[in-house]
Design a protein around this ligand. Structure first.
Ligand code: PLP
Length: 417
């Protein structure tokens, strides 16, 4: 086993839809992972906002092993105690009234899309730059032209709006079935909705009888310092989609509905073989139970604010700000060097990613503490210094150093004060 052999093996045998992997990992523990050559990394990407408990957490391991040894799958002709326990927990935490269980975020959004279709109205509104998945339905909701174009024509009736309340006011009408939004656009580069957008969206959708669907696939499960990001705004949507963090690494997705919206489905109108099976349900219920019992939603809020401040305090001329909320953060850069920083971080034993040319994303486990933060800052600081030494000088007004504002560290955009 060696990294180069494994990466060659992958590229020769897997479809080239992803490109060559960046590493071959063998095992993990907490926020650490080791590659097949035994090299250790600090994981601050968390499988893209998935591993809320980190790697190989005893609660996760116990839930998988115990349920696998008890009952894994019986089909959706039947229910099981873990399925009912998970559904009860999701409803209690969210305030929703019905759940559909799926296997991924894409499938949760497909279910939401079919729900919207059942209103009988012809138009669905989504946002520019949105990411909702890659099946043809979820891709039709996705607002990234480069991802859509090879597969067009996609499902019709979907419009992508500019990210402003004015654009929503202008577009919405009584013929709109639903508006779907991410509270923070993770794949677009950790872009929070503008201040007041979600509240305005709630009022406008209510006024026109349209469904408000929030895609909390990346923001849910406590990541932003609330169980679900819509809860920061004091509103309730009609539907919410979940995946990623709720399984802590086990594949699962969910559509949660509110105010009776889920009753639009009639028996036989939607289904999936695996969705909500006993194994996935038991694991998700245990993962969310640990997030709850260990106070990890509060930890995400506190550690996220601390992390944002301390990244700014590194004083790198490449860093112009930090946006996002809780432990979903985007480090804003003065130049399009996000991929260089990601690669340098990797060489220094740190995993982060670059969702846009000028943004580095952090989405670590929600149980990080002092030690993980210290190691992150040391390794990330080294990566920044390495890239700053080779990158072309950023525009004079784009950096704290150049403008002399490093002394007064700015508040991270969208982070709790
Ligand atoms: C906001 C959002 N919606 C949907 C998806 C698709 O989820 P999945 O990859 O589990 O199908 C993602 C994945 O990154 C996402 O971030």
């Amino acid at each position: 086993m060696s990294t180069e052999n494994d990466l060659d093996h992958y590229t020769q045998t897997m479809m080239p839809s992803w490109g060559r992997p960046l590493a071959a990992f063998e095992r993990g523990e907490g926020s650490r992972v080791w590659d097949v050559d035994g090299v250790e990394y600090l994981d601050f990407l968390g499988g893209i906002a998935v591993n809320v408990l980190g790697h190989a957490h005893p609660v996760f391991v116990d839930a998988v092993s115990r349920q696998a040894a008890t009952l894994a799958h019986v089909s959706n002709y039947f229910t099981t105690p873990p399925q009912l326990a998970l559904v009860d927990r999701l409803l209690r935490l969210s305030g929703g009234d019905r759940v559909f269980l799926a296997n991924s975020g894409t499938e949760a959004n497909e279910a939401a899309l079919k729900l919207a279709k059942l209103t009988g109205r012809p138009r669905i509104l989504a946002l520019e730059k949105a990411f909702h998945g890659r099946s043809t339905g979820a891709l039709a909701l996705t607002g990234k032209p480069a991802l859509r174009e090879p597969f067009e024509p996609l499902l019709g009736g979907i419009e992508h709006l500019e990210l402003s309340i004015e654009a929503l006011e202008a577009a919405i009408g009584d013929d709109v079935a639903a508006l779907i939004v991410e509270p923070i656009q993770g794949e677009a580069g950790v872009i929070p909705l503008p201040e007041g957008y979600l509240r305005a969206a709630r009022e406008l959708t209510q006024k026109h009888g349209a469904l408000l669907i929030v895609d909390e696939i990346q923001t849910g499960a406590g990541r932003t310092g609330a169980w679900f990001a819509f809860q920061h705004e004091g509103i309730e949507p009609d539907a919410m989609t979940l995946a990623k963090g709720i399984g802590g690494g086990f594949p699962i997705g969910a559509l949660v509905t509110f105010h009776g919206a889920g009753d639009l489905f009639r028996p036989g109108q939607h289904g999936t073989t695996f969705g909500g099976n006993a194994l996935a349900s038991a694991v998700a219920d245990a993962v969310l139970g640990e997030v709850e019992n260990a106070g990890l939603v509060e930890n995400a809020a506190a550690r996220g604010a601390e992390l944002a401040q301390r990244v700014l305090a590194l004083g790198s001329p490449l860093v112009t700000g930090v946006r996002g909320r809780g432990l979903l953060l985007g480090i804003e850069l003065a130049a399009p060097v996000a991929n260089e920083i990601r690669a340098a971080a990797h060489r220094h034993g740190l995993i982060v990613n670059a969702p846009a040319d000028d943004v580095v994303r952090l989405a670590p486990a929600l149980n990080i503490g002092d030690e993980e933060l210290a190691v992150f800052l040391e390794r990330f600081g080294a990566a920044l210094a390495e890239v700053a030494a080779t990158a072309p000088a950023p525009a004079a007004d784009a950096t704290h150093a150049a403008t002399g504002t490093t002394a007064s560290t700015p508040t991270p955009t969208g982070a709790p004060a």
